[in-house]
Design a protein. Structure first.
Length: 200
């Protein structure tokens, strides 16, 4: 017998699931068949979703989500997940985009919908990538206009640096003793020695 499951997700425990749950209930999903997660969609390692996919869903079942991005944040992963669900024989209903729903469709229609989904996700992924690059470029330009120094802040020279380094270079003390005297870690010490030319 075909079962209809609903999946709702928010990114943090402070956010509310009510809006999604109301939409799933209105579609006809029973409360006991609504699975939820309160965590980021950056990957699919979520308890609720994994229980749903690995233990509950069977071929012929329907998975209902309010929005496509409830499945995840990464469009490449959503595409792979969509493909997995279809291979399992699970139909998908996206309430905010009915054209993507595969429930009660012919195999030909389902193939067409899969193509639409994959093209849409590729488009959204590329659009997001361009948006991020544009924002980064704008942020860098604004920072430069304000005279903000970009990149890692340079390590400050500790007091007595030149004197201690000269002792080390003259063989009066070991590198380890010099680092301890200056309170520096090995990486920072050698980086500063390289950056600052200490005359003997």
């Amino acid at each position: 017998m075909r079962r209809v499951y609903g999946y709702a997700r928010v990114s943090s425990t402070e956010q509310n699931l009510d809006r999604q749950i109301e939409a799933l209930t209105a579609y006809g999903v029973e409360d006991r068949h609504i699975i939820t997660d309160k965590m980021s969609g950056k990957n699919f390692d979520r308890h609720g979703y994994q229980t749903l996919k690995c233990q509950l869903l069977r071929s012929g079942d329907v998975l209902v989500v309010k929005e496509l991005d409830r499945l995840g944040r990464d469009y490449v992963q959503i595409k792979a997940e969509w493909s997995d669900l279809r291979k399992m024989g699970v139909d998908i209903v996206v309430l905010d985009m009915p054209v993507l729903s595969t429930a009660d469709k012919s195999d030909l229609d389902k193939s067409l919908i899969a193509s639409i989904v994959f093209e849409l996700l590729a488009y959204l992924s590329e659009k997001e990538r361009i948006k991020i690059k544009t924002r980064q470029a704008e942020g860098i330009a604004i920072a430069k206009q304000k005279g903000v120094s970009l990149g890692r802040p340079k390590a400050k020279l500790p007091q007595g640096f030149a004197e201690e380094v000269r002792k080390w270079q003259a063989g009066e003390q070991t590198a380890t003793a010099t680092m301890q005297a200056l309170g520096l870690k090995k990486t920072t010490f050698y980086k500063l020695v390289k950056e600052v030319n200490i005359p003997l």
